[in-house]
Structures are given as structure tokens and as C-alpha cells.
Write a protein that binds this ligand. Sequence first.
Ligand SMILES: Nc1ncnc2c1ncn2[C@@H]1O[C@H](COP(=O)(O)OP(=O)(O)OP(=O)(O)O)[C@@H](O)[C@H]1O
Ligand SMILES: [Mg+2]
Length: 344
Amino acid sequence: MITTTGLRKVYHSRGRETAALDGVDLHVREGEVYGVLGRSGAGKSTLIRCVNMLERPTSGTVEVDGQDLTALAGRGRRSRAELRAARSRIGMVFQHFNLLSSRTVQGNVELPLEILGVTGQERARKARELLDLVGLTDKAKAYPAQLSGGQKQRVGIARALAGDPKVLLSDEATSALDPETTRSILQLLRDLGRHLGLTVLLITHEMDVVKAVCDSAALMKAGRIVESGTVTELLATPGSELAQELFPVGGEPSGEGRTVVDLTFHGEAATEPVISRLSRTYNVEVSILGAAIETFGGRQVGRMRIELPGRFEENVVPIGFLREQGPQVDVADVAADARKELVK
Ligand SMILES: Nc1ncnc2c1ncn2[C@@H]1O[C@H](COP(=O)(O)OP(=O)(O)OP(=O)(O)O)[C@@H](O)[C@H]1O
Ligand SMILES: [Mg+2]
């Protein structure tokens, strides 16, 4: 539904060049909720602003719903009209709501419809329908100043839906809200996505957001996507930073000269037998430092951090055995130095 290819955006300011996007290939499938994560300055907002052409990319292409938006930008009146039409089918939700304080809630939702030239009666009907969808029917005549943060964001979402978009973009829509309101807004975005068949691309700083609503996620660093995939794929990727943050397994080693191993089990695979088999086969004492089970996209994932006596070199065979038993096996960083020595 959204594809960017080799997307670059270079800013020039005070004689300096900043590559805010440095070759971004993003692919968001129809109907999914896709989260983009990354530190401040990684290029997340620039990416989303390029997807709806609020920002013109320096090079590369942006395709939304099969239409190449980059080809339409700035190529005569007809193309510009087509670009406007294409952009009206991309809804945008902002961090600071961007509501007009002089207009009522209903007036704010009607605004994009006015711009699209929808007649008064039809506008009012549509706005009320959208307010109903976001649970604000009784606030239609209120002014933004009379609303809570969560209610304001609901207005922002209703407004974003006014043009019957196929794609909803959201740049930190919940970062100004408290955790509980954040949850309810996210739930709303996800439910609307399912109900209206929307594709949602959202930017966030918070892993909890990804856990709660995203089907897929990408991690950006310095203008590039360094990891991406469905949440389940990410969890199955050895050494994935996103997986580690999505689902951290805690537990410090009990002392020097031990090997810490993280095991990830997907689906119903039982964890206990693997550990007891390991312990029996090699006559080693396995300590469990931490363990947890979570559900992602309806699938159970279990993670366990275990400790084996002895350094990595002494545990190569048991680790090989664990691998054969099925779980994903990552030797934790604690043993990284030992591993490096072994490779030398
Ligand atoms: N209009 C601009 N002019 C010059 N540089 C810009 C402009 N907009 C963004 N940048 C630079 O591009 C880089 C990426 O900025 P961007 O706003 O996309 O980051 P972000 O990931 O959204 O960060 P945050 O999490 O803080 O919102 C930064 O180095 C920023 O300083
Ligand atoms: Mg930003």
C-alpha cells in the first residue's frame, strides 16, 4: 500500500547538508499497522512527511495505493490536481492535534471537507458520522479548549478520516497523552483500521505502542532503516535490537566465567523439556535468570535467559544441542568478549 524506494531527503541550512533520509526502502502492506521507531533526529518525521508529499524528496520514489506520488509532484496543473486528490486519501494525525480553536469540534472535522468542496448539509452529515465513530457525538458543539487531550486527539482522528482515506499517517499522535489515554487512542486507531480497512503508518518513541497495536515495525537510525519486518519475524531474528526492546529478558549473570544464553520459543513449543534435556544430556547445572511469555499478533512467544557454568568455549557443544532442539538461541553480550577471542 505504501512503498518508498531509495528515498533521500537532504536539507541545506547555513551551508551544511543534512541527509535526513539516506536511502529508505519501506514497504507497508495493505491493512497493516506499521510502526516506525528511532531516536530523535533519526528521520522519522521526515519520512512520514515525504510519504504524503508535505516534503518533497530529494530523490527516490513514493508510491501510495499504486500511485507514484513523486511523479505527480510539480508537473503541470493536471498532475498537481491528481496529487491533491491522492493526498486527500492520505489522512494525517498530528502530535499536537492542530485544531482550530475558533471552530467547534464539528467545524474542525468539516474543515477538510470544505476544502474538498463538499456542500454544507453533506459536510455536517459526514462530520457527525465521523464524530460518532470516534465516540464524540456529544461534543460536536464544544470548542477544542473544552476538551481533554484524548478528546482533542479523537477530533484530530475524525478530521483525518474526513476524506475517506485509505492510509492514515500518525506522527507521535499519543506522545502528549498519559498512558491510559494513549492506550485508548491506539485501540481506536487499530479498531478503525480494521473497521475501515485502513493502512496505518505510525511513528512512535514507545515500544509499548508497537507491542499493543503494530503488525510490523522498522527501526530507523541516521536516515536509514536498519531493521524491519513483522513483529513475529523480528522476534525470530537473532540479535535484533527491536526484538530485544520489544521483549527484553532480564537477569544478570551470577558471576564471572559463565555463559548467558537467551532462548526464544515461538508458538506452543514447550520450554521446560528443552532445559531438562540439556541438563540431563550434558550433566550441567542450568540456572534460569529470567523468563516471560507474551502474545504478539495472537501468537505466543516465550523467552528465557539461562546461565551455564563455564565460559563460552566450554559450552559450544551444549549451545549447539540447544539450537538443534528448536528454540532460537542467542548468546548474550556478556560472553561477547569470549566469543571474539574464540574467533581470532
Ligand atoms: N526543515 C529542516 N531543515 C533542516 N534540517 C532538518 C529539517 N527538518 C529536519 N531536519 C533534520 O533532519 C534530521 C531528521 O529530522 P526528523 O525530524 O525527521 O527526525 P525525527 O526522527 O522525527 O526526530 P524526533 O523523534 O525528534 O521527532 C535531523 O537531523 C533534523 O535536524
Ligand atoms: Mg519527529
